[in-house]
Every structure is written in C-alpha cells, then in structure tokens.
Design a binder for this molecule. Structure first.
Ligand code: AKG
Length: 277
C-alpha cells in the first residue's frame, strides 16, 4: 500500500468575509465554541477518512504509538507526520486566517489528530484539556463576562462523518463554562449558570472552533456508523514547546513537501526546506 503516492486532495479553501469572521469570533469568545457549516468538500473528507483508516488499521504504516485508544475511542496522533494531505489542512482556509486572528500572525501549530469512535466508544469523561488555566478561589463565583478570556491554544474540530444526532456521539459542551474558573467532575458536568450539556451536531465537512477550557467530552457513539473527528490545533508562537506533542515537528520526507508554502513549512518547523534567500 503506497499511501505516500496518493496526492493531497486538500484545497486552498477561502477566508471568511471580515464581517462573518467577526461574528464567528465573537461567538467563539463568548460561548467557547462556534460552528462553521460546510467548510470541507466531499473529496477532502473522503481522503482524510480513508487515510485515517489506513494508518489505524495497518499499524505498520505509522510509527508505533501513533494509533492508540484514549478511553475506548481510537486516536491517530501526529497525523502531519503521515501524509501531505494532513499537512495541507494546516494552511487550508479558513483555518489559518482564523488561527492567526485569535493567536497572532505568528500562530504556531501544536497538534493534529483524528479520533475514530466505533459503536459504544467515545472519550466520554468530562474534562478540560491540559490544565485549568484560570482557576478561581471558592469565594469568586466566575470570571467577569466583560473579560475576553485569553486563548493560548485552541482546536478546530472537523467532522469527517455526519454527527447529526446524539446517537452519533457528538462532542458535548457546557457553553460558557470557560468562564467558570473551575474544573468539572468527570462523571457529570452538571450546569454552569443554568446551562447544561449541549451536543454539537454537525455534518461531515462542518467545523467548529473549540476552546479546550470548556467543560466537554465526546459522548458515546450509540449508532452503528463510525464517527470521525479531526483536530487541527494552533497555539501562540511562544507556546509551541509548551502545547505541542513531543513529536509535533513534521517528519515527512522533504520531497513530499514539494511546493509547500513558506507559511506551511514554518508551521511544520521545517525551516531547512525554505528557499535560500
Ligand atoms: O471526541 C470528542 O468529541 C471530544 C474529544 C476530547 O474530549 C478531547 O480530544 O479532549
């Protein structure tokens, strides 16, 4: 199986109109997530899914440990090391322009995964990712809603299958809980200011910006359809060593990166491939 020979089908995409981008970001900052319908084309979804399946099911095609369960869902990590199509997802619009709007023009790359959940699986414990970044003492009920909570890193969660019903194992979030200053019990999210868990329903090719400080989980996939969710993760430039997986530097062959833009090479930390001045 020569996956490397399969050319990337990822398109350049398009940036959002400024007014649309402003609305999306306002929602992302306020609610902790914001949905963008219809971002990826059908062929792009099909290729990413196909590649994920190949690397998960034929373990010899990916380095050891790249495909491993988290809870009982399968996670394929460091996908930017596996195929050019995954690399191209990092500069595909509107991902990069939105990442730069949130994290600054030098935004860096800090992780890329595909989560594949079969029937009765999912990363189903409630959590915030990494650490609780802005904890509050018990006597302070929440962060003031007039503050825009800083974002050091965030994900685009990219549906590679239809997740249109609670049966399909959607991500569940407690909207606004990134303002809570508190962690969440892994067994039950309860509520934050009267709002309980909400499933994020989407079709294959839809995307949502996602603040990992939200109380969230992947609910259990109760359907017989495999559920695929890709994650493109970006961080502030100063955070690439803090937030990246240890091997987030792209290792794919320089030849496979032929024609990559300087911005993509920078994101992948392959400066040695930049054209010499
Ligand atoms: O599968 C999901 O929807 C959520 C995954 C998740 O919780 C995580 O990656 O931290």
């Amino acid at each position: 199986m020569e996956l490397a020979l399969e050319p990337s089908r990822i398109t350049a995409g398009t940036q959002l109109e400024p007014a649309h981008q402003a609305r999306v970001l306002e929602e992302f900052y306020r609610e902790g997530y914001a949905i963008l319908p219809g971002v990826l084309k059908r062929e792009e979804v099909a290729q990413l899914r196909h590649l994920a399946d190949q690397f998960i099911d034929h373990k010899e095609t990916a380095p050891k440990g790249y495909a491993a369960p988290v809870y009982n869902a399968m996670v394929l990590r460091c996908t930017q090391n596996l195929h050019r199509a995954f690399c191209d997802m990092l500069t595909r619009e509107p991902f990069l322009s939105l990442a730069e709007a949130v994290l600054g023009p030098n935004a860096g790359f800090c992780g890329q995964n595909v989560i594949r959940s079969d029937k009765d699986t999912g990363i189903s414990a409630w959590h915030v990712d990494d650490i609780l970044e802005f904890p509050l003492p018990p006597e302070i009920p929440r962060h003031d809603a007039r503050i825009r909570m800083p974002v050091f890193w965030f994900s685009f969660q990219i549906a590679l299958s239809d997740i249109t019903s609670p049966e399909n194992g959607p991500t569940e979030v407690v909207a606004g809980s990134h303002y809570s200053g508190r962690n969440v019990s892994k067994d039950s999210a309860g509520e934050f200011e009267g709002r309980g868990p909400t499933p994020i329903l989407c079709k294959a090719g839809d995307v949502y910006l996602f603040n990992h400080q939200l109380w969230h989980r992947g609910s259990i996939n109760r359907s017989s359809e495999r559920r695929y969710l890709m994650q493109n993760q970006y961080c502030r430039q100063w955070g690439i060593h803090r937030f990246s997986a240890a091997d987030a530097v792209c290792k794919i062959d320089g030849g496979d990166l032929a024609g990559a833009s300087p911005r993509l090479l920078k994101l992948l930390r392959r400066d040695e491939l930049l054209p010499k001045a």
